[in-house]
Design a protein around this ligand. Structure first.
Ligand SMILES: Nc1ncnc2c1ncn2[C@@H]1O[C@H](COP(=O)(O)OP(=O)(O)OP(=O)(O)O)[C@@H](O)[C@H]1O
Ligand SMILES: [Mg+2]
Length: 320
């Protein structure tokens, strides 16, 4: 893997009464990578992003951009980042073009008209760029925000929940242009609490919960079939045998019981190769198995196996 364009080490944010809302968060992002920061509401995603872009102070830890430590040369680091953390502010009575020009004037390096045209094309705002921003839809404003963040040619783009409020078409388009940027070597860190989106959008995700990183996953590896692969399988038995089945599983250190569904289905995390053995074990103990369902090893399943069920319920509610 190429060298890290963004290297976060042991990031911590302590608020009043010594409470850590972000603790020991470390990860790296590589050139041309789309990295997801996934976690339920309140996990600490925005706080982490705010610390990276310097909107709030870190309590401890380091941020380095393309090998430069933020504390040593924050100016150089910040020039390499384009970000949308809060909703970008625009002058509503001005056109998108004028807004971009206004923003370009504040950039340290001059931004050519040609550069502006290229970015506008990339975010597909060509047709509306001379309309007043007050006429823009949420999705269009969001694109203008990305265009604004890209004006000074950053090598890293950071977007906090960029799909909020976008319709499926808008989400797909965002995905497409982030991929185009990735092909040009620009890396994007994107946060979300929506698992399915992250799966489609990112090359890799880091998962946060309660202020900490709890896992890191390469998206492509989620669907690989492999003898050693850990997967999630639901075994449905008779309601009156569920406790017996549960005890059997709990006695086996190789299998993890994730939860029980509808009082008669054990959802287990185990090695794929052991599925027939587990079934045999149930049968030998006189437990009737009515169905075995191999749950797809999606990010959602992985997330479920790592975090508690309450958070998953929250996420599903948000998704539906
Ligand atoms: N200044 C602060 N003082 C105290 N607590 C804070 C402060 N800022 C954030 N928090 C708390 O820290 C936790 C993490 O917040 P944060 O906004 O980073 O989460 P998030 O992952 O971005 O959540 P969401 O998905 O809702 O945007 C939350 O419980 C929040 O209430
Ligand atoms: Mg947030």
């Amino acid at each position: 893997m190429s060298e890290a364009v963004l290297d976060i080490q042991s990031l911590r944010k302590t608020v009043h009464k010594g409470k850590n809302i972000v603790e020991d968060v470390s990860f790296k992002m590589h050139k041309g990578e789309i990295l997801g920061l996934l976690g339920p509401n309140g996990a600490g995603k925005t706080t982490t992003i705010r610390m990276i872009v310097g909107l709030i102070k870190r309590s401890s830890g380091s941020v380095s951009i393309n090998g430069t430590d933020m504390d040593e040369d924050s100016q150089t680091c910040k020039r390499q980042i384009g970000a949308i953390v809060e909703n970008p502010a625009f002058y509503d009575y001005m056109s998108g073009w004028k807004n971009l020009q206004q923003h370009a004037r504040m950039a340290i390096d001059p931004v050519s008209d040609e550069r502006m045209q290229d970015i506008i094309k990339l975010v597909q705002l060509e047709d509306a760029i001379h309309d007043k921003v007050k006429k823009y839809s949420l999705g269009m404003k969001q694109r203008l925000g990305v265009a604004q963040a890209l004006l000074h040619q950053p090598s890293i783009l950071i977007l906090d929940e960029p799909t909020n409020g976008l319709d499926p078409k808008g989400i797909r388009e965002l995905r497409d242009y982030l991929r185009e940027l990735a092909d040009q070597g620009i890396s994007t860190l994107v946060s979300s609490h929506l698992l399915s989106e992250m799966q489609l959008m990112c090359d890799r995700v880091v998962i946060m919960e309660k202020g900490r990183l709890i896992d890191e996953t390469v998206i492509g590896e989620l669907d690989q079939s492999d003898e050693q692969k850990v997967c999630i399988v639901a075994f449905q038995c008779r309601v009156d045998q569920i406790q017996e089945a549960k005890a059997l599983i709990e006695a086996d250190s190789e299998i993890e019981l994730l939860h029980i569904e509808k009082e008669q289905t054990l959802v287990l995390k185990l090695h794929e190769a052991t599925i027939p053995d587990v079934n045999k074990k149930f049968v030998e103990a006189g437990i009737d198995i009515y169905a075995i369902e191999r749950k797809k090893t999606t990010l959602e399943e992985k997330f479920l196996s790592l975090t508690n069920t309450r958070n998953m319920t929250d996420i599903k509610e948000v998704q539906s």
